[in-house]
Design a protein around this ligand. Structure first.
Ligand SMILES: Cc1cc2nc3c(=O)[nH]c(=O)nc-3n(C[C@H](O)[C@H](O)[C@H](O)COP(=O)(O)OP(=O)(O)OC[C@H]3O[C@@H](n4cnc5c(N)ncnc54)[C@H](O)[C@@H]3O)c2cc1C
Length: 407
């Protein structure tokens, strides 16, 4: 097994172009976007100008001019997931909410890629053309199910050549503006994992409504919606993978939901790394302005120690993300490493952004200093796509599963 920390020329190109995009079109508009509770017009124009509408890796590769455009989790090219990790860290450095506002299928993309039939992949993914500004979404969480994904209550019932969906989904990113949402429902809640099915619900489907948009502590420029389904009739052709998928694979719906997370948790973790790095750099530059390098006061030494610790924390989380993405690039099992990256980065970003405020004192809480916003934005990184506790449960279960029993 080789260990390689050097970025390939293609990865460096994507990183540099993502950094340029973040510096030019994300960071300068981040505070205004927060007030608008949505993407800034200058950012929307830039996305169209750079042809980022195909989303995900497609967006990163369009920024760099590269032809490589696999979806999250795809193992088409040996560095595609790592390249995406590198790009997302840079973009989140600019504005984490901006990353969630990058056009494309978003979290809805991987399940369509993994489970969709060729016809479904073509139908649902081809709408994301480079010059479009369209979104997809992913709806698993319900009022009483999220961490416990097997407990979803939303029902699906076959009726002729349609399925009828009933229930509610909460906290869905881009859940109002999305052209379609991958929605998880169950034939019968008592069946647990085995009863789950995944559907693509298009936004103008009768019976589908969005009763509420949430107001949040952070990531305010990112849309978080409540979705409601009342006798919502979805064509049978929108059952992801078709009936055959669920006949061939026991728990096919549940596995689709979980496989998505294996691919996307390292990306969420990489966003946390980008946020932490942004806060660290702001604090470091502030220290540079305030302290003369010849100062050897106890206070300066403590600040130096704090910055060193912040940087090491960031680097540790980054390598966990890289390892999880590297396993994915090789097409290998990565559930444990994926959860490790998310669990570590979700807590790390809290510690590091808090330390940045501590270093800067009262200036750290001033809005224009940006660290205050990063501190609010980061809080959700230990919550969405599975809380820290849930990641630790996944890791500990795998530790026992993987360990051979000693005789
Ligand atoms: C901004 C935002 C965007 C989101 N986007 C999406 C999206 O696009 N799609 C989607 O489907 N969902 C989305 N979510 C929902 C999110 O993924 C869930 O809220 C999250 O996974 C927590 O699940 P829950 O709501 O069931 O919380 P709960 O499970 O009720 O969490 C409450 C607390 O209980 C703890 N807990 C729960 N079970 C255990 C256990 N077994 N052991 C120890 N502790 C436990 C949790 O860790 C947490 O601390 C989003 C949430 C937010 C805030």
């Amino acid at each position: 097994m080789s260990i390689e920390f050097e970025l390939t020329p293609k990865m460096r190109k994507v990183r540099d172009m993502s950094r340029m995009f973040a510096e030019t079109y994300l960071r300068p508009y981040a505070l205004e976007a927060e007030e608008l509770c949505g993407p800034h017009p200058a950012f929307i124009d830039a996305c169209k100008q750079f042809g980022l509408g195909s989303g995900g890796m497609g967006a990163a590769s369009s920024i760099s001019g590269s032809k490589e455009a696999p979806a999250a989790g795809a193992a088409k090219e040996t560095s595609s997931n790592r390249t995406m990790i590198v790009a997302i860290e840079e973009l989140a450095w600019g504005d984490p909410a901006g990353v969630l506002n990058m056009p494309g299928p978003g979290l809805g993309g991987p399940p369509v890629q993994f489970t969709g039939t060729p016809e479904q992949r073509e139908r649902f993914l081809s709408i994301f053309t480079p010059d479009s500004f369209k979104f997809g979404a992913y709806a698993l969480t319900e009022p009483d199910a999220g961490s416990d994904a097997k407990a979803i209550q939303m029902t699906c019932r076959k009726d002729g050549d349609h399925w009828v969906l009933n229930g509610n989904k909460f906290y869905i990113t881009n859940g109002k503006k999305a052209e379609w949402t991958v929605v998880f429902a169950t034939l019968d809640p008592t069946l647990g994992r085995a009863g789950q099915r995944a559907f693509v619900v298009e936004k103008d489907t009768p019976g589908f409504t969005v009763p509420k948009l949430e107001k949040k502590m952070g990531l305010r420029a990112s849309e978080t919606a409540w979705q409601s389904f009342e006798d919502c009739r979805v064509p049978a052709s929108n059952l992801l993978g078709g009936e055959a998928h669920y006949e061939a694979k026991a728990k096919g719906g549940f596995k689709t939901a979980m496989k998505t997370f294996d691919a996307t948790r390292p990306l969420v973790a990489a966003m946390a790394v980008g946020i932490a790095r942004a806060a660290y750099e702001i604090a470091r530059d502030w220290v540079r302005e305030r302290y003369s390098l010849s100062q050897h006061t106890a206070r300066y030494r403590r600040v130096q120690d704090k910055l060193e610790w912040m940087r090491t924390e960031i680097e540790t989380a980054r390598y966990l993300c890289w390892k999880a993405a590297w396993l994915l690039d090789l097409g290998r099992e990565n559930a444990k490493e994926s959860s490790m990256s998310k669990a570590y980065a979700g807590k790390m970003v809290d510690r590091v952004t808090s330390a940045a405020i501590e270093v800067m004192g009262p200036e750290g809480v001033l809005r224009e200093r940006m660290v205050e916003k990063l501190y609010r934005d980061q809080k959700v990184y230990d919550i969405f796509e599975g809380t820290g506790q849930i990641q630790r449960l996944v890791i500990s279960r795998r530790l026992f599963k993987d360990a051979p029993r000693s005789s």
